[in-house]
Ligand binder design. Sequence first.
Ligand code: ATP
Length: 176
Amino acid sequence: LDGKERFMHTSMCEDVCKTKKVKELKTIDANSVTVQDLEILLETTMYHGFPIVSDDQLNIVIGYVSRNDLIRALKCARDKHIDLVNASRVYFTDGLMRSNAGGGPISVSLGKVVNHDPICIEPKTPLAHTIDMFTKLGVSQVLITNRGKLKGIITRKDVLRHIDYLKTTDNGHNLF
Ligand code: ATP
């Protein structure tokens, strides 16, 4: 994906998702996530990042956090706030610390490490446009959304894998 050749095939973003091995998305629900939830998510997955959604059911995208930023931010919060516990709620809005006015465990805000405007594209976006985004904006992943609702994620490598797949099918000629 170096932008030197123009991609000519009619594939769309949703076609890339269809050829992916794992389709289930691992997201962070901004309305209910705890420190422990995030630590388990990091231990049990190896993805480079996670979409943050406003509600597990509605799946409205409110941001994206990279794996490395999340690891660093959680470690920093654990080191800095000794009263942070597994059940502490994590918020992704800006601001440092929320009070524990209700008497429960303290909460922490990790809003500073979140990309609040991740690049989102529609499922029917031509793959050629998506490739342009990867090459011109230098991003590693884009989110696929429909009216704000998260439908998928595709990485630079997913696109490369999809191009390889197209090369092996009957439609494989005239890709560029
Ligand atoms: P690699 O791990 O080889 O560098 P990659 O660059 O595609 O692969 P990853 O973030 O590890 O990056 O994604 C691996 C696969 O999982 C890709 O198909 C990607 O679309 C998908 N993926 C990425 N993030 C998530 C997520 N949060 N939930 C579910 N699937 C994801």
